[in-house]
Design a protein around this ligand. Structure first.
Ligand SMILES: Nc1ncnc2c1ncn2[C@@H]1O[C@H](COP(=O)(O)OP(=O)(O)OP(=O)(O)O)[C@@H](O)[C@H]1O
Ligand SMILES: [Mg+2]
Length: 280
């Protein structure tokens, strides 16, 4: 069975600091793979490389067997990778619904009639003009598309029971921190990605909010969503993951099932040991 994501020999340095050092792993269909490790061990950099936000110095990244390590972020999104960010990123001045709709941009066809030209620097303006024309005088297809988008946005909001649905038309700047993060997850899920990358989705959430997000991730997993998850909360990681990757100083020092990783002496030393020291 072809892996959804296959990463081989990935490397990235910043001014002499090797943030990701010869990292190889796979995410298979329907699998949840988590990345754990101390602060600064290279987890976010790994997600940034996979999502095309950063370029790798070396290594290959394949999505469904196709090489993407040189592709633009836009192409990678179209190919089926969606993500959330460690610090949470929503458009504060847009409503919740509009924020989620942004995630559907790569699926918009009728409202972007010459979208292929938008990849060409010299002809980008032609596609923008065509978009403007359809926005001013919507074609029947564009009106149908708007209804489809609205329905998909509502379906994503409904995942979070009434927490987001009741805030649908509120601006994101009025939301609680947890609701901003939910909005971000809804935006990432909207295009029904092949692979969902989550960078500490529950950071800053209290235990009740964390448990709620865990339930939603369990539901997503049951629906077959492949995920690559970075998370410090080990209970959540151990409950949700099929496999766990452990990073330290840019290197993958262990990988295996949650039980294997939990009992690995190198992991206890590198991750759990140091965490205990820090919390003293
Ligand atoms: N854009 C950048 N420029 C320079 N150095 C960077 C950059 N991004 C990351 N680094 C460095 O690379 C290393 C790995 O950082 P990264 O953010 O990937 O760690 P992390 O495992 O996500 O940590 P945390 O748990 O704190 O989020 C760190 O030493 C960090 O300072
Ligand atoms: Mg990080």
């Amino acid at each position: 069975m072809t892996a959804v994501l296959s990463v081989t020999g990935l490397r990235r340095a910043f001014a002499g600091v090797v943030a990701v050092d010869d990292v190889s792993f796979e995410v298979r269909p329907g699998e949840v793979v988590s990345v754990i490790g101390p602060n600064g061990s290279g987890k976010t950099t790994t997600l940034n490389l996979v999502s095309g936000v950063l370029r790798a110095d070396a290594g290959t990244i394949e999505l469904d067997g196709r090489r993407i390590e040189r592709a633009s972020v836009e192409r990678i999104v179209e190919a089926g990778i969606a993500r959330t960010f460690q610090n949470g990123r929503v458009f504060a001045g847009l409503t919740v619904a509009r924020n989620v709709e942004v995630g559907l941009h790569s699926t918009v066809r009728a409202a972007r009639p010459l979208r292929r030209l938008s990849h060409l620097p010299l002809l980008r303006w032609v596609s923008l003009l065509a978009e403007l024309a359809v926005a001013l005088v919507p074609t029947p297809a564009a009106r149908r598309e708007r209804r489809r988008l609205a329905n998909e946005v509502d379906a994503q909001l409904a995942r979070f029971s009434d927490r987001l649905t009741s805030r649908r038309d509120d601006h994101a700047y009025t939301l609680s921190y947890a609701n901003r993060r939910r909005t971000e997850i809804a935006r990432a899920l909207a295009p029904r990605p092949r692979l969902l990358l989550l960078d500490e989705p529950t950071a800053g959430m209290n235990p009740t909010e964390t448990a709620e997000v865990l339930d939603q991730l369990i539901e997503l997993k049951a629906a077959g969503q492949a995920m690559l998850l970075v998370e410090h909360k080990l209970d959540l990681v151990m409950t949700l993951s099929d496999r766990v990757l452990v990073m330290d100083d840019g290197r993958l020092i262990a990988q295996g099932t949650p039980a294997e990783v939990r009992n690995d002496p190198a992991v206890i030393e590198a991750y759990l040991g140091r965490r205990r020291e820090r919390s003293r």
